[in-house]
Design a protein around this ligand. Structure first.
Ligand SMILES: *[C@@H]1O[C@H](CO)[C@@H](O)[C@H](O)[C@H]1NC(C)=O
Ligand SMILES: *[C@@H]1O[C@H](CO)[C@@H](O)[C@H](O)[C@H]1NC(C)=O
Ligand SMILES: *[C@@H]1O[C@H](CO)[C@@H](O)[C@H](O)[C@H]1NC(C)=O
Ligand SMILES: *[C@@H]1O[C@H](CO)[C@@H](O)[C@H](O)[C@H]1NC(C)=O
Ligand SMILES: *[C@@H]1O[C@H](CO)[C@@H](O)[C@H](O)[C@H]1NC(C)=O
Ligand SMILES: *[C@@H]1O[C@H](CO)[C@@H](O)[C@H](O)[C@H]1NC(C)=O
Ligand SMILES: *[C@@H]1O[C@H](CO)[C@@H](O)[C@H](O)[C@H]1NC(C)=O
Ligand SMILES: *[C@@H]1O[C@H](CO)[C@@H](O)[C@H](O)[C@H]1NC(C)=O
Ligand SMILES: *[C@@H]1O[C@H](CO)[C@@H](O)[C@H](O)[C@H]1NC(C)=O
Ligand SMILES: *[C@@H]1O[C@H](CO)[C@@H](O)[C@H](O)[C@H]1NC(C)=O
Ligand SMILES: *[C@@H]1O[C@H](CO)[C@@H](O)[C@H](O)[C@H]1NC(C)=O
Ligand SMILES: *[C@@H]1O[C@H](CO)[C@@H](O)[C@H](O)[C@H]1NC(C)=O
Length: 564
């Protein structure tokens, strides 16, 4: 009897499996999520404080999709803050309405209101993430996005036994919005974070960590995929696991040529997927994973180390874990050589379509500055700028203004290069630090090829800056230390297999050249992903014009687009 039952059920299962198999390639699924923005008490470092969360969870829920799916997220705001959510790295073709940066592609979702983010996930697979894109609320409002490849297109690396999400973050004792307001009123940076976290937990190098340590259990000889995300606000981080190397296979949802490393560097906004072989002998035990900032200039930084534990199955918790050797916080050489190893896979199936001929060449300087502020400390306010322009946030969404031809909201005269060239990375400049201000954007023709050189400067101080472009991936074709030389440096570009990503670190006192084809119409934000610098004005946006065909225009706005 039992055996007849089981043969029946296995036949049924086979049939169902067959139906599932034939139905998947033909019909994309709709993945629906409810995101309730709620304030919840969260306890860390020995005390609790109310923080903004999604569904009461910190970090927030993971979005799981398969390439080709449609994702529908109903965000309902029960918190006292206005809210918007950015799906970091998703291209949102023609669909900036679902991108999320407040006052760029939408007005925020007001308390008591809902907005449905409705988008397709097309031509991307790997690890991305989502986060609040208003004020500094992403300090606690963030989570992972996992995009599985289409059926029949397995990833170009061995199938892991299991995968784990590793979200790196920052934690403050105090109320982050209060601290940020205090800093802004005085014209100085707010206090630094008090801890770094791994999956929201600081680990045992901090007090009261018993319940606040993330543990990943592994079995010997098995392979694991770690999807590592830097969701910290202001810190580029080194990450390593004691006793284990990692093989990098994907960055920002793009497969890479695999390479093995003892530590990795990850900037805010970036993701890195690695294969981890649990190749330690049983009995060896417990190993720390650790994350700590990279900072190669003498500016203040929260340099505290977050840890989590990689624990072999069956090993008692009493075994003391070993700490990995992280690069020194000022190890510029490691940072540069690590980034040099990143290459696109550039295979037949996953080609690197690097623009070879460039229609539009842009050169933007990154600078810190100081503007007069009668009520501030020293009567000045720290600021930041691109081509000497500190971006002023508008009162309504720029995409709306663009779509409805509303005048007076922004200008499209952002300069293609600095008005007054200078020795960008020469001796520190400590006078003439005023910046000009405006909501100035750059207009880009549909399907034109753009090269943008981002040049750090020594206004006040050099510093590295992770730059994020919305709506696109770009190719990182070149980078160097010092001033970009338009006569010599382009000859050294990698136009074959450069890394393709959505966020790139511009090195301290150096430059980075990126290229992309402007084939996604809309208004696309570009900014430093250090929240401190974004809030000081280190941002702008591209207005990419509509193409000639009906399917090359910005889609009409959704009916529930929040009003301002
Ligand atoms: C949150 O925690 C703080 C500190 O422990 C406490 O004073 C407060 O009442 C708590 N609030 C809620 C809503 O639980
Ligand atoms: C979104 O969620 C809210 C709260 O649950 C609900 O009132 C609203 O009807 C939902 N919107 C849609 C379009 O489902
Ligand atoms: C998503 O894809 C579906 C099916 O192709 C299409 O009908 C819909 O308009 C797309 N949505 C967006 C926002 O592009
Ligand atoms: C990690 O890689 C380094 C350098 O290639 C090598 O010396 C070391 O033995 C490797 N460690 C492990 C645990 O495989
Ligand atoms: C971290 O910073 C503190 C004080 O700012 C300093 O004493 C300490 O040596 C630093 N640690 C590392 C690892 O650089
Ligand atoms: C890095 O920091 C260490 C410790 O503070 C210092 O001894 C060393 O000179 C620094 N290295 C560089 C390249 O600045
Ligand atoms: C204010 O001025 C003093 C003296 O010049 C200087 O030491 C300090 O760093 C300044 N503070 C700020 C926030 O600029
Ligand atoms: C905006 O202006 C363009 C070009 O002048 C026109 O084609 C378009 O219909 C206008 N859009 C709206 C919503 O009025
Ligand atoms: C720029 O400044 C650096 C450092 O002071 C100096 O070595 C270099 O010669 C300067 N370059 C030019 C073109 O003046
Ligand atoms: C930036 O603009 C301000 C205001 O126009 C000007 O005073 C300053 O010299 C400019 N700075 C640079 C580095 O071009
Ligand atoms: C963009 O331009 C390229 C090169 O001229 C062309 O191959 C491609 O079809 C164009 N794409 C669109 C969407 O017009
Ligand atoms: C939320 O946005 C609305 C509309 O822009 C504004 O009136 C209100 O002051 C904002 N609320 C907060 C708490 O910032």
């Amino acid at each position: 009897m039992a055996s007849r039952d089981s043969s029946f059920s296995s036949l049924t299962l086979l049939f169902i499996a067959f139906l599932v198999f034939i139905s998947i390639p033909t019909e994309a699924a709709i993945k629906q999520y409810q995101f309730d923005i709620q304030v919840k008490n969260v306890s860390r470092l020995c005390h609790a404080k109310p923080v903004v969360t999604v569904n009461g969870r910190f970090p927030g829920p993971t979005i799981y999709v398969t390439e080709g799916d449609r994702v529908v997220v109903n965000v309902t705001n029960h918190a006292q803050y206005n809210m918007s959510i950015h799906w970091h790295g998703l291209k949102q073709y023609r669909n900036g309405w679902a991108d999320g940066p407040a006052y760029i592609t939408q007005c925020p979702i007001q308390t008591g209101s809902s907005y449905v983010y409705d988008f397709n996930v097309t031509g991307q697979r790997g690890t991305l993430w989502w986060h609040a894109h208003i004020l500094w609320l992403r300090a606690t409002v963030y989570g992972a996005i996992v995009i599985k490849p289409k059926q029949g297109a397995p990833p170009p690396f061995p199938q892991p036994s299991r995968e784990e999400i590793i979200l790196l973050g920052e934690w403050w004792h105090g109320d982050v919005e209060k601290l940020v307001n205090q800093g802004a009123n005085m014209g100085v940076p707010p206090s630094m974070s008090d801890a770094h976290t791994i999956n929201g937990k600081p680990g045992p190098l901090f007090p009261c960590s018993e319940k606040h340590t993330f543990v990943m259990e592994v079995e010997p000889r098995k392979t694991y995929l770690l999807r590592i995300i830097n969701s910290a606000l202001n810190d580029e981080l080194f990450f390593a696991i004691a006793g284990h190397n990692m093989t990098v296979v994907e960055i920002d949802a793009v497969y890479t040529k695999p390479f093995t490393t003892q530590a990795l560097l990850i900037s805010p906004g970036q993701t890195t997927s690695v294969l981890l072989q649990a190749n330690q002998l049983p009995g060896a035990g417990r190993y720390f994973m650790a994350a700590r900032p990279f900072k190669d200039v003498p500016l203040p930084v929260d340099n505290k180390t977050a840890t989590a534990i990689l624990q072999y199955k069956g090993i008692p918790n009493t075994v003391l874990p070993i700490l990995p050797q992280l690069p020194a916080p000022n190890d510029t050489e490691f940072a540069l050589s690590y980034n040099k190893k990143l290459r696109s896979l550039n295979s037949q199936q996953y080609p690197a379509n690097v623009p070879q001929k460039i229609g539009r060449k842009l050169f933007y300087t990154i600078g810190l500055g100081m503007n007069p502020c009668p009520t501030c400390v020293n009567r000045t306010r720290l600021t930041a700028s691109l081509n000497n322009i500190s971006f002023v946030m508008p009162q309504i969404g720029l995409l709306q203004a663009h779509y409805f031809n509303t005048t007076g909201v922004f200008r499209t005269d952002f300069p293609d290069r600095p008005r007054t060239p200078f020795n960008y990375t020469g001796a520190p400049l400590t006078t003439n630090l005023e910046t000009s201000q405006g909501t100035r954007l750059s207009k880009v023709a549909f399907n034109s090829t753009v090269e943008l050189v981002l040049q750090d400067t020594n206004l006040l101080s050099v510093e590295s800056h992770p730059f994020h472009l919305h709506g696109y991936n770009f190719f990182v074709v070149g980078t160097g230390i010092g001033n970009f030389d338009p006569a010599k440096d382009p000859a050294k570009y990698n136009l074959v297999d450069p890394p393709e990503r959505n966020t790139v670190g511009v090195p301290t006192g150096g430059w980075t050249a990126i290229r992309f084809r402007a084939d996604n119409p809309g208004v696309w934000f570009m900014h430093c992903h250090l929240e401190l610098h974004t809030s000081w004005g280190l941002k702008t946006a591209f207005v990419v014009e509509d193409g000639p065909a009906a399917d090359q225009t910005v889609l009409p706005p959704p009916k529930d687009l929040p009003p301002c």
